[in-house]
Design a protein around this ligand. Structure first.
Ligand code: FAD
Length: 624
């Protein structure tokens, strides 16, 4: 973490010194809903002191109990970008292994069929964990409150209506009921509105969209309990398929004692709601006890429980622009998270995918509002995220079918286990790959860095920071600050000195692209942040001989930023081996603000990078 750039200040460095004006009237972005999607988006936007944002929520305060709990490796990588991954990792349950139970071939009612590693090695530097959605909300709320915008949700505000006017600087008008007052509404105007208001989204309805998909809705019972049991794997994630009592998923929870049970109940009829079934917690406990026989299962306390219905459903588009108007009309209304896709909890994706939607959208809104990207960038949100939601729903259907089927033979049972193993990468969230677009280049030079697949997230690896010899994860320099990264991997012989490939790359970058996109008076890395990894040991390089762009002078005090250059870590394999980077030629990556690799280029091809950015930010644009 870097601080003191603008002078020494005592106190907690995570509280931003920069402070934005609290918006009194119209805002740039209005967010509806304080779930994982809304809070991710609000956190992202809150780091920009020049963007005004409000987030409104119907509830009277922060979430206290329940709902989603599975946090994929990819989401923790994102939390690291917001600076609270460590807190999550410390508090959470870590899913290291998964066990599978079903009737034994010897006639046993239940027997352990398999026990496997949950996340394959080097899939991510981050673990797969379980933590209450409410705690994730707390970390986001803390981040927002300390950000330049000092953003706090407006609770007790229920969205009633949304209108898009044809003209005006703030064409969106949203009206809220103020639930903390006897009567009265509040109307807020905004440039953009994002509905993160869950599966029954009012924003979606006001946009005239609907969720489409499977109508046979599945009823689920979920409960967080403190159990007394002799079931041996109660502290492991378990998928249990009984012969005749149904299936259950056990998810151990943070803290060492509590477990979550997901119990599949019946499919609902067409017009039926979960509430119509009058499910009770006693019924859920009874069902769990029946599935877990012959093991004893008593519940000392029920912390939270719910019965909720799930359909695998998807919205046609995630913004307010029709196919015929795409390209000529700018999107102003967006939906994210459960508002545009719903699926079963079996794959543990609800919270993760919702946050990923918002992380995708947040930097794009910021870039357009700040004059750092053309408005067409906003069209890529629906295109990219709808595609991923569709993939998830297809995956979820398969997973749900295999989970619910009663395996008749050992081969059928093994199919479920093998499906689970095979798709571990997918559920870890690291398989997301965006198609070629204005933000994702074609992979002409992929061979230079095979482990950095164009369209996929930047895969971290250990390095040593040159200036202070600190071992770090390279991915952890990619903060949620809206900046693009160019990461250059130097060719073998290059030690960064004058006339070498990296020095030449730096020179052309600073006189060309960076001079074009960086606002006057801003630091040279304000829009695009260059980092370089050399192949030599950190003791063999002379930092004073490196190009000035690699030790730039920044801030009002003209201090040097020493954190731009890295060398290989000391492990048996270094980053060049781990990510299959061409040692002779090196490689350059362009990485989006949400950490996805946009292109791989040769170190000599500055003009390719320049032309890539030419479509996104042809020159400094007027802020929106
Ligand atoms: P949400 O978390 O639903 O957040 C939407 C927010 O918008 C809410 O705070 C809501 O109060 C607010 N809101 C809605 N309408 C308005 C309005 N008109 N005006 C103002 N505010 C509004 N997923 C799992 O993976 N595992 C689970 O066990 C699980 N259990 C769940 C249990 C329940 C009861 C529910 C509702 C969901 C559950 N989910 C579960 C789903 C998971 O919580 C969601 O996938 C995830 O929270 C989606 O995040 P989101 O931000 O899109 O929406």
């Amino acid at each position: 973490m870097q601080y003191h750039l603008e002078g020494f200040r005592p106190g907690d460095p995570s509280v931003s010194l920069e402070r934005a004006q609290v918006p009194a009237g119209d805002v740039d972005v209005l967010i509806v809903g304080c779930g994982p999607a809304g809070l991710t988006l609000a956190s992202q936007l809150s780091v920009f002191s020049d963007i005004s944002v409000r987030i409104a929520e119907r509830k009277s305060g922060p979430l206290q109990f329940g709902q989603a709990d599975g946090i994929a490796c990819r989401s923790i990588e994102m939390f690291e970008a917001f600076g609270f991954a460590e807190k999550v990792i410390k508090e959470a349950y870590h899913v290291n292994e998964v066990s599978f139970w079903r009737p034994g071939s010897d006639g046993a009612r239940l027997a352990r069929a398999d026990r496997i590693q949950d996340v394959e090695d080097d899939l991510s530097e981050m673990p797969h964990v379980i933590l209450s959605q409410a705690r994730v909300h707390d970390f986001y709320l803390d981040f927002m409150a300390k950000s330049p915008c000092r953003l706090r949700p407006d609770y007790n505000r229920e969205l009633l209506s949304v209108r898009r006017h044809a003209e005006g600087t703030h064409p969106i008008e949203a009206t809220f009921a103020c639930l903390d007052q006897e009567s009265g509404n509040e109307t807020i105007r905004a440039k953009y509105l994002v509905g993160c208001d869950g599966a029954r989204s009012k924003v979606r309805a006001e946009m005239g969209h609907s969720l489409k998909g499977q109508s046979a809705r599945q009823l689920w019972g979920v409960m967080d309990v403190l159990p007394r049991t002799n079931f041996p794997d109660i502290r492991l994630k378990c998928a249990i398929q009984s012969a005749d009592q149904g299936s259950i998923l056990i998810i151990p929870r943070e803290g060492g004692y509590m477990v979550r049970l997901y119990i599949e109940l019946d499919a609902l009829d067409e017009a039926e709601r979960a509430a119509d079934r009058n499910i009770t917690s006693e019924q859920l406990i009874g069902k769990a006890r029946a599935i877990l026989q012959p093991y004893a299962f008593e519940v000392a306390e029920v912390a939270w429980w719910s019965a909720y219905e799930i359909g695998q459903r998807l919205c046609d588009t995630f913004d307010d622009v029709s196919a015929k108007d795409r390209g000529s009309v700018r999107p102003r209304l967006f939906i994210a998270g459960d508002a545009c896709h719903t699926h079963s909890p079996k794959a543990g994706q609800g919270m993760n995918v919702s946050m990923a939607d918002a992380f995708n959208l947040g930097w794009k809104l910021a870039a357009v509002l700040r004059g750092q990207a053309v408005p067409a960038v906003l069209d890529t949100y629906s295109e990219e995220r709808r595609g991923k939601a569709k993939e998830l729903i297809d995956f979820d259907k398969d997973m749900a079918r295999l989970f619910s089927e009663k395996p008749k033979t050992d081969a059928e049972a093994a199919q479920f286990q093998s499906y689970f193993k095979k798709h571990g990468r997918y559920t870890a969230g690291v398989e997301t790959r965006y198609d070629p677009s204005m933000l994702t280049g074609r992979n002409r030079h992929q061979a230079l860095a095979e482990g950095y697949v164009v369209g996929k997230r930047f895969h971290s690896a250990p390095v040593i920071r040159l200036a202070d010899a600190k071992p770090i994860q390279l991915g952890h320099v990619l903060k949620a600050d809206g900046r693009w990264r160019i990461i250059a991997f130097a060719p073998r012989a290059d030690i960064g000195e004058k006339d070498g490939p990296v020095a030449g790359f730096c020179e052309r970058l600073s006189t060309g692209l960076l001079a074009r996109v960086t606002p006057k008076k801003a630091d040279i890395d304000a829009v695009i942040d260059l980092r370089v990894v050399f192949q030599q040991s950190h003791r063999a390089l002379d930092i004073t001989k490196l190009h000035p762009l690699l030790r730039p002078t920044k801030g009002a005090l003209g201090l040097t930023d020493y954190e731009k250059v890295f060398c290989p870590g000391l492990g048996p394999q270094d980053i060049f081996d781990m990510r299959r980077i061409d040692r002779e030629k090196g490689a350059v990556l362009v990485v989006r603000p949400d950490q996805y690799v946009s292109m791989v280029a040769p170190v000599s091809h500055v003009e390719d990078i320049d032309s890539f950015f030419g479509h996104i930010c042809p020159a400094q644009l007027r802020p929106d």
